[in-house]
Write a protein that binds this ligand. Structure first.
Ligand code: MTE
Length: 310
């Protein structure tokens, strides 16, 4: 991610990605089965694979690539932040739930995990920077967390927030990206939050979620550009007003609230017609809603005047 004054896009790091290892679904399933016998692996194969999301139509991206090619600006603008992100302290971790709810609460993640039903999903993940991956996630539908939060009828949006801790995250230290509006914030409409595609992720590749990928809990909204998929969430607020997200605040001419994937609407600085599939380096046509229109297209049918694609 980048805004107009940044030059990161001009030297895309994926051009120097050394990994070209295909990791197909069968291998993933075998690896997940094997991981069941590893101590400390909390997301082993006892977690069922949702049959609707068992094949993303492309090979699963290798774990090696995925954990070493990340956008997590709290730890810097490089894609290779995985070792820096090890300073993220994930235990203890709690989620604050507030705003338009029956009763505000703070939920310890271990307590939350006892109240949700985990599943695995293999889905496409498409960044606004025009690269994509296929990721085997473990997690639970966001709708389960909404049910636990008990929003009031006048809640129209869900605002999600990442931690803000400069001691832990060098990108949040004064002077580093001091113009950045920390903490990272994202938002969804309540209808989007209740859609079955909106997923709270707690694991990947049959293991706990790596820190570089947003441990211990992050959002994934596969029909939207990746920046909507906020990492390391600490707070969920139900609001009447539409939240202004991190990138929208930083570059409203380039990044909006909706950010639905659309090959026909270019980013102001590049085309969104195709994407580079990490690992293979192949360029493939980008699909409307990242190919998940059957789940979400109806959400937007009466919103022609909204900037749905940025
Ligand atoms: N969440 C936080 N807190 N900070 C970030 O910098 N980057 C976003 C999103 N969530 C980001 C974030 C962007 S731009 C993308 S593409 C995805 O995370 C990347 O997720 P990945 O590293 O797991 O591929």
């Amino acid at each position: 991610m980048h805004v107009i004054h940044r030059r990161a896009w001009e030297l895309p790091e994926h051009l120097v990605t050394a990994e070209h290892v295909f990791f197909n679904r069968r291998k993933f399933m075998a690896a997940a089965a094997a991981s069941a016998f590893l101590p400390g692996v909390a997301h082993a194969n006892a977690v069922p694979l949702n049959p609707k999301f068992q094949d993303a139509g492309r090979p699963v991206t290798s774990e090696e690539t995925n954990t070493n090619y990340n956008n997590f600006y709290e730890f810097g603008s490089s894609k290779r932040i995985s070792s820096i992100a090890e300073s993220l302290v994930t235990k203890p971790w709690s989620l604050t739930i507030d705003g338009e709810v029956e009763a505000p609460q703070t939920l310890d993640i271990d307590d939350l995990m006892k109240q949700v039903t985990l599943e695995q999903r293999i889905v496409r993940h498409r960044c606004v920077e025009a690269w994509s991956m296929v990721v085997p996630w473990t997690g639970f539908p966001l709708s389960q967390l909404v049910a636990i939060a008990r929003p009031k009828a006048d809640a129209k949006y869900l605002r999600l927030e990442t931690f803000n801790n400069p001691d832990m995250a060098p990108g949040q230290k004064p002077g580093f990206f001091s113009s950045y509006p920390w903490p990272y914030v994202e938002g969804l409409t309540m209808a989007e939050a209740m859609n079955e595609l909106a997923f709270m992720v707690t694991g990947a590749y049959g293991k706990d979620l790596p820190k570089s990928m947003g441990a211990p809990i992050r959002l994934h909204t596969p029909w939207k550009y990746g920046f909507k998929s906020i990492k390391s969430v600490v707070r969920l607020s139900f609001t009447r007003e539409r939240p202004v997200s991190f990138w929208e605040q930083l570059g409203p001419q380039e990044y909006g609230f909706w950010a639905n994937v659309n090959p026909d609407v270019s980013h102001p600085r590049w085309s969104q017609a195709s994407e580079e599939v990490l690992d293979s380096g192949e360029r493939v046509p980008t699909l409307l809603f990242n190919g998940y229109g059957e789940f979400v297209a109806d959400l937007y049918k009466d919103m022609q005047n909204e900037p749905l694609w940025m």
